[in-house]
Design a protein around this ligand. Structure first.
Ligand code: DC
Length: 212
């Protein structure tokens, strides 16, 4: 049996990354940011001059894609040519094209395999869009973290990131393969009127109740 996997899903800028990171820290688990994995593939495809909506061209670049998914301390990383990718992952061109790349089933299959691999070795808090529905459908620890569109737009603006979150959410929710959707057995956490500490405490108490 694999170590525990905590699945945290939700729309863009819902606060799920911050929350997931803090929960991982408190539990001593590894934090895995799966959005960064889709973003890294997108960045690489753009670097190669490939049009992200040209599925055939994307597919031909996938085998042996020179990205490695590791970790530094207790956080997941994506490494390209010996360098951990950081600012590349939130460039406007990456934001604008990541939903197209994430809608390709072969890209998802590749990354889901990498995501499950982490959990064969260690307990994880993994955040994304399909963690509770596809990556770990059998975990009892599923949380769907959301917030109103206004609150999410304000949070992104405060981070100084230009990102059409409504448009990205629409594409992520409407894609055929593993769309953004709340798993039936996930606990819904609306963070619009909660601060980060309250959200973390709420989720941790549910995890502890289920573990005990
Ligand atoms: O969490 P994020 O905003 O960094 O994710 C970037 C994009 O990656 C998001 O718009 C959709 C895609 N994504 C996905 O399809 N599945 C995941 N598990 C995580 C992210």
């Amino acid at each position: 049996m694999n170590p525990p996997a905590i699945a945290i899903d939700g729309p863009a800028a819902s606060g799920k990354s911050t929350v997931a990171k803090l929960i991982a820290k408190e539990l001593g688990y590894t934090f895995i940011n799966t959005g960064a994995m889709y973003r890294a593939v997108t960045w690489y495809i753009l670097q190669k001059g490939i049009t992200p909506t040209d599925t055939a061209a994307v597919l031909s670049a996938l085998p042996g894609i020179p990205l490695s998914f590791g970790k530094e301390g207790a956080n997941s990383t994506v490494v390209y040519e010996g360098r951990v990718l950081t600012t590349e992952l939130t460039e406007k061109s990456t934001n604008d094209n990541v939903s197209a790349i994430a809608s390709i089933p072969e890209v998802r299959a590749l990354l889901v395999e990498k995501q499950r691999e982490y959990n064969t070795r260690e307990a994880v808090v993994m955040e994304g869009r399909d963690i509770g529905t596809v990556v770990f459908p059998h975990t009892p620890f599923k949380y769907f973290v959301t917030a109103s569109e206004e609150v999410r737009a304000a949070r992104r603006a405060a981070e100084g990131i230009t990102d059409s979150i409504a448009e990205r959410d629409r594409k992520d929710s409407q894609r055929a393969c593993a769309p953004l959707v709340q798993a039936e057995d996930a606990l819904l956490v609306d963070t619009s009127d909660m601060n980060i500490n309250e959200v973390v405490a709420y989720i941790i108490s549910d995890i502890q109740r289920k573990i005990n």
